[in-house]
Design a binder for this molecule. Structure first.
Ligand code: CO
Ligand code: ZN
Length: 349
């Protein structure tokens, strides 16, 4: 695995609507591997690689999102300089307290911490209660005057976390969905011949309602759309066997449904066939809640055949999101395998 590229992608900051640092890395990584790269008005990076077949060509759009969950600053305390925040994306406040953060301002980037009251001063009832976003504040370690000079309401905040490899896993913040971006890039580099016209789209604002995928898919008008995203792996203590969704190390997941899309059954069958032919380890995924860019791909214009290739991930939407290296590799192999034969399938129901 090209751990360096995944590390750069995952550690880069980029909340919804502020994905430009991630898009720089994406453009650099795709340079020389595609015919054309452009960025649209919502920040989507759209890379195109034409196929070699006879017209009319099949258009395949692959989407993985660049944004990560984070915050906007809502308030700066006059006297103390402590910052209050508004979340963008679904946060569990229990995993937020005691984290390091970076505030991104026009004047620069500032490291801070999300502070909490020490246990020594907590009242009995406070100890029992889970924290709420409104209780959380950011401490930049400088005076109120210095904060007011450097930071403005509306500046963005990301969680700070380095990528680590431990055991067979890789862990960082924002593996959702930088690992999907990584898979998409590596798959394109791996593809040999392909007849379909391939559009790789690093989308924006997925975490606030698949917004980037909606406009980019409208522009491209794909016949086939594949989202590459993480999915829940609940193979952890305290979760019963039937509720685990996926398991780490059991291979790439082929999604059947989530709350935003039901994958095209011919596409699902095709992906399974490719995996079986090539000996790629895979598992089937039915996700009760959650969604991916496939929700937008499926409903674009008059509709497209859509599916999601998922990377099973533990502890999603926390700073210790963890995925299995072999599952990531399986996702790359499956996507590359699909791109090579995408033009052959009939996906109309
Ligand atoms: Co997410
Ligand atoms: Zn995601």
């Amino acid at each position: 695995m090209q751990m360096e590229l995944l590390q750069r992608l995952a550690e880069a900051p980029g909340i919804p609507g502020r994905e430009e640092k991630v898009s720089e890395i994406v453009k650099e990584a795709l340079e020389g591997h595609v015919d054309e790269i452009r960025t649209d008005v919502l920040g989507n990076v759209i890379a195109q690689k034409s196929g070699g077949g006879d017209a009319p060509r099949v258009k395949v759009m692959i989407a993985a999102h660049m944004d990560e969950i984070g915050f906007f600053i809502t308030h700066i305390d006059e006297k103390t300089g402590f910052l209050r925040i508004d979340p963008v994306g679904g946060f569990d406040p229990r995993v937020l307290i005691a984290q390091r953060v970076v505030v991104h301002s026009d004047s620069g980037d500032y490291v801070g911490v999300m502070g909490t009251k020490p246990v020594h001063v907590l009242k009995e009832e406070e100890k029992k209660k889970a924290p709420e976003i409104e209780d959380i504040f950011i401490d930049l370690g400088i005076s109120a005057d210095a904060v007011k000079e450097k930071v403005r309401v509306g500046d963005s905040v990301t969680l700070k976390q380095d990528l680590v490899e431990f055991g067979e896993l890789v862990s960082c913040k924002a593996l959702d969905d930088r690992v999907g971006i990584y898979v998409m890039i590596e798959a394109l580099r791996k593809v040999r011949g392909h007849e379909a016209d391939i559009y790789l789209v690093a989308t924006t604002q997925e975490e606030v309602g698949i917004r980037g995928a909606r406009v980019s898919s409208f522009g491209i008008a794909p016949d086939i759309g594949i989202a590459v995203d993480v999915t829940v792996a609940c193979d952890i203590p305290g979760v019963e066997e039937p509720r685990r969704v996926t398991r780490l190390g059991e291979g790439v997941a082929i999604k059947v449904k989530d709350s935003l899309s039901i994958s095209n059954p011919h596409l699902v069958r095709k992906l399974k066939e490719i995996a079986e032919e090539k000996g790629i380890k895979y598992q089937m995924e039915v996700l009760p809640r959650g969604g991916t860019d496939a929700g937008a791909l499926q409903l674009t214009r008059e509709g497209a055949a859509a599916a999601t290739i998922s990377i099973p991930t533990r502890y999603i939407h926390s700073v210790v999101e963890s995925a299995h290296k072999k599952d990531i590799e399986a996702a790359i192999d499956l996507l590359a395998g699909f791109l090579e034969v995408a033009h052959q399938g009939k996906y109309t129901l």
